[in-house]
Design a protein around this ligand. Structure first.
Ligand SMILES: Nc1ncnc2c1ncn2[C@@H]1O[C@H](COP(=O)(O)OP(=O)(O)OP(=O)(O)O)[C@@H](O)[C@H]1O
Ligand SMILES: [Mg+2]
Length: 503
C-alpha cells in the first residue's frame, strides 16, 4: 500500500534519552477507520512514541505522514492542527475547572468567547453521538475517573481529530465503562477516524483492534492482523515466551494464626456524602492473602484508605495487631500500602528513583545519621531494590517521572514492602503493569505471605483475585457480600455477587 492509504504512518522513529534508546527505528501504520493496538512491556517505548506524535518530544530520526503527506509536528498545537487527539496515560485535565472549561481550554477562539453556551451545546451533541455522558458544568475533580476520561476523549473529538490516541484508557475503567468505551470507539471508526489503542489487557486488545504492533525494548517485534492473533501469541510476542496468569498454590493458614487486621462494623461516608463502606466486617490473619473482588468504585478506595488511616470512619473499629488505627500510619514496619493512585499518593515525581525509595524512612538509620543523609547507603539500597523488582531505569539518580508508567509503579511497590511490614494493603497494585510484571507482583505478594505478613489484595481483575487469594471477599456498594474459600470459589458466583446478588 502506498502511504496515502494510511491515516497515519510513523516511519523509522528513533528517540534517545540519556542512557536509554526509547524508540529504535519504529514504524507503525494505521489505516482509515481502523484501530491499531500498540502493545509492549513496561518501558517498551509506547508512550514515548505517542508523545512524539503529539509534539511533546522531538524525534532524533524518522518521519510522520498523515494521509500520505509528511508533516512536521513541533508542539501539541501542531498535532491538533493535523487532526491528532490524545488521551494521556496520566490525565492532563485541570481539576478545579469545569468540564466545559477544560474542553475549550487552549482553543484559539477561547480568548474572545466568554459565553460558553454554544460550546456546551456542541459538547452535549458529542456526548449523545458517542454515548459518553458528562455534565458540562461539573467540576472535574468531582467526577469519577471514568467520566474524567470521557472528558479527555470528548475534548479531542471537539477538536475534530482524525487520529485519536488512547494511552491505557481502560486501566482506570470499570467493566461497564470499558464497554461504553468500546462502543464509542466503534462509532469513532465508523466515521472514518482512526484510533491507536494502548493497553496491557490482551482480551480487550483482541476485541477492539484491527491490527496490533508489538514493541519490545524500543523496537518493533512485529505487526499482526488481530484476526490472526490469539492472546497467547500476543503475550509471546511481547515477552518472548508464552505466559498466562496462573493459579498459585494456596496457603494453609493454621487455625490459631494471629488476626492482624480486624475491622468491625465500619461505616465510611466519602467526600461527596455517599455511604462508601456499610457495616463492614473483615479479619485478615498472618500468613494469608485475602482478595477483595468487586467492580471498581464499590468502596475499594475507602477500604484501603481507612485501614491506612488516611480517612477516618464515622463509626466502627479498625485494629492492626490489637492496636486501634487512630490516624495516618507512618510506621513502615507496621503497614505497607500500595495506593491506587500512585501519582497523587505514591511518588514525588521530581525526586530521583533513589529518593523515592526511601521517602518514608529518610530520617532513619542507615539512610540518615545525625540528620545527615547518607547517600552511599541510599544509593546501594536503591540499586538493590531496582534489581529485586526489575525496575527499568537508566540509573537510580534520574527523576522518577522519566520512568515509564509501569516502572513508576514498581518503585512504589519496592518502597512499600521494605522493611517487611506486618500488614500489606495492595490496592490495584498491577494496574498498568505488563503481564510479566503482573506475575512479578504476584510473586512478591506470595513471598510476603510466606514471610508471615497479612496481605489484603484489592483488585478489579477477577482473574487475578482468583489466581492469588487464599480467601476472597466480594465488595458491592460498600458491603462485604461474603467470604469465599480461594480453592473452591466459583467465578460465576463471584461475578453475580459483584453485581449485588447475595448467595
Ligand atoms: N523524559 C524522559 N527522560 C528520560 N527517559 C525517559 C523519558 N521518558 C521516557 N523515558 C524512558 O524511555 C523508555 C520508554 O518509556 P515509555 O514511557 O515510552 O514506556 P511505555 O511502553 O509507555 O511503558 P508503560 O507500559 O510502563 O507505560 C523507558 O525506559 C523510560 O524510562
Ligand atoms: Mg506508557
Amino acid at each position: 500500500m502506498d502511504n496515502k492509504a494510511y491515516a497515519l504512518k510513523m516511519q523509522g522513529i528513533t528517540k534517545r534519552f540519556p542512557g536509554t534508546l526509547a524508540n529504535d527505528h519504529i514504524t507503525i501504520e494505521c489505516e482509515h477507520g481502523k484501530v491499531l493496538g500498540l502493545l509492549g512491556e513496561n518501558g517498551a517505548g509506547k508512550t514515548t512514541l505517542m508523545n512524539i506524535l503529539y509534539g511533546l518530544f522531538r524525534p532524533d530520526e524518522g518521519q510522520i505522514f498523515i494521509d500520505g503527506e509528511e508533516v512536521e509536528i513541533q508542539s501539541p498545537s501542531d498535532a491538533i492542527n493535523h487532526g491528532i487527539g490524545m488521551v494521556h496515560q496520566h490525565f492532563k485535565l485541570v481539576d478545579t475547572l469545569t468540564v466545559i472549561e477544560n474542553v475549550v481550554l487552549g482553543l484559539p477562539t477561547m480568548k474572545q468567547v466568554l459565553d460558553l453556551a454554544p460550546a456546551k451545546e456542541k459538547l452535549l451533541k458529542l456526548c449523545h453521538e458517542y454515548e459518553l455522558f458528562v455534565d458540562p458544568d461539573a467540576e472535574v475533580w468531582r467526577l469519577p475517573v471514568g467520566q474524567q476520561q470521557w472528558v479527555e476523549i470528548l475534548k479531542a473529538l471537539y477538536r475534530d481529530c482524525k487520529v485519536l490516541v488512547l494511552d491505557e484508557p481502560t486501566a482506570v475503567l470499570t467493566p461497564s465503562e470499558s464497554n461504553n468505551l468500546c462502543r464509542a470507539i466503534s462509532k469513532i471508526t465508523a466515521q472514518g477516524k482512526s484510533v491507536i489503542f494502548i493497553s496491557h489487557k490482551l482480551r480487550e486488545v483482541m476485541e477492539i483492534t484491527d491490527n496490533v504492533t508489538v514493541l519490545r525494548d524500543g523496537k518493533v517485534i512485529g505487526t499482526i492482523a488481530t484476526k490472526d492473533a490469539t492472546q497467547l501469541k500476543l503475550a509471546e510476542m511481547m515477552v518472548g515466551r508464552a505466559v498466562e496468569i496462573e493459579r498459585r498454590p494456596r496457603a494453609k493458614v493454621p487455625a490459631d494464626s494471629e488476626p492482624v487486621l480486624v475491622m468491625k462494623d465500619v461505616n465510611v461516608y466519602d467526600e461527596r456524602g455517599v455511604h462508601a463502606l456499610k457495616n463492614f466486617n473483615l479479619t485478615v490473619h498472618a500468613g494469608e492473602i485475602v482478595g477483595v473482588a468487586g467492580i471498581d468504585g464499590n468502596g475499594q478506595r475507602e477500604l484501603a484508605e481507612c485501614i491506612s488511616g488516611l480517612i477516618k470512619p464515622q463509626s466502627g473499629t479498625i485494629e492492626i495487631k490489637g492496636k486501634p488505627v487512630t490516624g495516618v500510619i507512618s510506621d513502615p514496619s507496621f503497614l505497607g500500602f500500595i495506593p491506587e493512585d500512585r501519582h497523587k499518593t505514591g511518588l514525588v515525581l521530581d525526586f530521583t528513583v533513589a529518593e523515592n525509595l526511601i521517602i518514608k524512612e529518610y530520617m532513619k538509620a542507615p539512610f540518615a545519621k545525625k540528620g545527615i543523609l547518607q547517600y552511599k547507603e541510599i544509593g546501594s539500597h536503591a540499586n538493590e531494590m531496582i534489581d529485586k523488582f526489575h525496575v527499568k531505569t537508566s540509573s537510580k539518580d534520574v527523576a522518577v517521572k522519566t520512568l515509564s508508567g509501569g516502572n513508576q509503579q514498581k518503585v512504589v511497590i519496592a518502597r512499600e514492602l521494605n522493611p517487611e511490614p506486618i500488614l500489606d494493603i495492595a490496592s490495584q497494585p498491577t494496574r498498568g503493569l505488563d503481564l510479566g510484571a503482573v506475575m512479578g507482583v504476584h510473586d512478591v505478594l506470595m513471598q510476603e505471605r510466606e514471610r508471615g505478613a497479612a496481605v489484603l489484595f484489592i483488585s478489579a481483575e477477577l482473574q487475578e483475585v482468583m489466581a492469588l487469594s487464599d480467601r476472597i471477599i466480594v465488595l458491592y456498594s460498600g458491603e462485604n457480600m461474603g467470604d469465599l474459600d480461594g480453592d473452591t470459589a466459583d467465578q460465576a458466583v463471584i461475578g453475580q455477587m459483584m453485581l449485588g446478588k447475595r448467595i
